[in-house]
Ligand binder design. Structure first.
Ligand code: NAP
Length: 479
């Protein structure tokens, strides 16, 4: 912790906010203040934007191999500092150390993946239909980008944007969530050490997101917004991006259905449920939010899930043997409590958990609710906590209709041993990703993203770099 930067990172240098403002970073396991970081205002954001704009031309012209090797070095450094970064993330965000280590590997993998993609950006040459004119196609960096990230995966969400932007030759201003600025500042220090030129990545930590970001979006110099966060904020930023016609990528909220058919292997389904529900204490956009279980297996599934959930150890993420850390803050926990109370009022049975423990820290126990009414509020909102809500269904058409009955479409999980049904149902689900007999879909080599109000564009995979590239076409007459 002692070496972790706490200042803004602008033009390759560390700096205090222009007005000297700072903001506290809390440990959600204790409620205590860990440290203070610089709290940027609009002036600082303009300086960061200026640094990114100034660096763009030269950076866009660097050899792809140079960009690739910077990312490769960053990958090595991140992996080499796994323990240090995991402790940092756990202290500001709360997730258990084992999960934080997993996130360090996941984040590093975006640097490795995009170090490999940086040198594979292709172009084209072709004869037009008239037989005379030729076209030469090349791909150019989109330009200076604004990257906005949430608190739930503080390292991975930054790396998932920085990796492709660096690979494509874009410069950046990164604004991390105020709850978890330290992971982003640590990433900036690592990229500098890996040889990233000054001004390519700039980080502004702030408690004044709107004041800092809106002028950049409307100012006409930022060419691209890559946002991960809630659908409500995404919608607002889309509107702000419209003025200067800023290109956008939106990784927004989810309301994932988790469907267990009568022919599912229940061991696999319960294992999958534990991952899809409990990764990150349920504070994940990919978290299973609605468990639809066939009526004939619902009782047994609920019993087994409650047994596994009840055996999890809740406590500070830094403590050995802890499976479930604190939630990020009191507001988030109060939301979870209210959703559970509402479901119970509407007839849900609590199979395990459901009671907030006394004491400091934002803890909430792993909870399983059975016989949840479709009218419950938690059906229509992200729970963002360790609560599994089980509903029953009778046939395939019905469950597909109910699973799709939401404005979101990020991910769905399907458990069945029938290949035919697995493919048919996956194709009918209105989602960007499907976990088939698995509770984990995230992988840097796969395109991550949603449909409907879960977002626009994809991060990771072969297409991840496309979000940061423009096509340029040269028309060449040949006589
Ligand atoms: P959030 O409230 O939408 O905030 C996300 C980021 O946007 C934060 O850095 C936040 O800073 C910033 N922000 C808020 N208002 C802004 C404004 N007016 N202008 C500029 N920036 C603004 O979301 P969150 O609570 O941090 O994260 C949880 C959400 O993220 C969930 O909905 C989850 O599903 C979603 N998520 C999606 C993905 C995905 O890949 N699809 C991945 C992870 C998380 P402030 O906090 O200072 O406002």
């Amino acid at each position: 912790m002692t070496d972790t930067p706490t200042q803004l990172f602008i033009g390759g240098a560390w700096a205090d906010a222009a007005d000297g403002a700072t903001m506290p970073v809390d440990d959600p396991a204790t409620g205590e203040i860990l440290c203070h970081v610089a709290d940027a205002g609009p002036k600082d954001a303009k300086l960061a934007e200026e640094a990114a704009v100034q660096a763009q031309q030269e950076w866009g012209r660097t050899a792809p191999r140079v960009r690739s090797e910077i990312l490769r070095r960053a990958y090595e450094i991140v992996i080499g500092r796994t323990d240090e970064l995991a402790h940092l993330m756990t202290s500001e965000m709360g997730k258990p150390l084992a999960e934080a280590r997993g996130e360090v590997a996941y984040a590093a993998e975006f640097f490795r993946w995009f170090s490999e993609e940086a040198v594979r950006v292709d172009g084209g040459y072709g004869t037009l239909p008239d037989g005379r004119n030729r076209m030469l196609l090349s791909r150019r960096p989109v330009g200076p980008c604004l990257l906005i990230t949430p608190w739930n995966f503080p390292l991975a969400m930054g790396a998932r944007k920085i990796g492709p932007a660096v690979a494509a030759g874009c410069t950046m201003v990164l604004k991390p969530a105020p709850q978890t600025p330290l992971s982003s500042l640590a990433l900036a220090a690592i990229l500098k050490e890996a040889g990233l030129p000054d001004g390519v990545l700039n980080v502004v930590t702030t408690s004044r997101a709107g004041e800092v970001c809106e002028p950049l979006l409307r100012g006409g110099r930022i060419r691209k917004l890559s946002f991960t966060g809630s659908t409500a904020v995404g919608r607002l930023l889309l509107a702000q991006s419209a003025d200067a016609v800023v290109r956008t990528s939106m990784e927004l909220g989810g309301n994932a259905p988790f469907v267990v058919f009568e022919d599912a292997d229940l061991d696999k389904a319960v294992d999958g449920a534990m991952v899809a529900k409990m990764r990150n204490m349920g504070e994940a956009c990919t978290a299973a939010n609605r468990f639809f279980v066939h009526r004939s297996v619902a009782r047994e599934f609920g019993r087994r899930l409650a047994e596994r959930m009840g055996a999890l150890v809740v406590g500070p993420g830094t403590r050995d043997g802890v499976d479930v850390g604190p939630l990020i803050g009191r507001t988030g926990r109060a939301k979870v409590e209210a959703l559970v109370a509402d479901a119970v009022e509407r007839g849900a049975r609590v199979l395990v958990g459901g009671r907030t423990p006394a004491g400091p820290g934002c803890f909430y126990p792993p909870t399983v609710l059975a016989d949840v009414s479709p009218e419950s509020r938690l059906m229509g909102t992200e729970i963002f906590g360790p609560v599994a809500a089980i509903l029953t269904f009778d046939d395939e058409d019905e469950v597909v209709r109910r699973a799709n009955d939401t404005p979101w479409g990020l991910v769905g999980y399907v458990f069945t041993e029938g290949l035919d049904r697995a493919l048919r149902v996956s194709e009918r689900l209105e989602v960007g990703m499907v976990g088939l007999n698995t509770g984990l879909v995230s992988n840097p080599a796969a395109p991550f993203g949603g449909v409907k109000q879960s977002g626009l564009g994809r991060e990771g995979g072969r297409v991840g770099i496309d979000e940061f590239l423009e096509h340029q076409y040269l028309a060449i007459p040949v006589s």
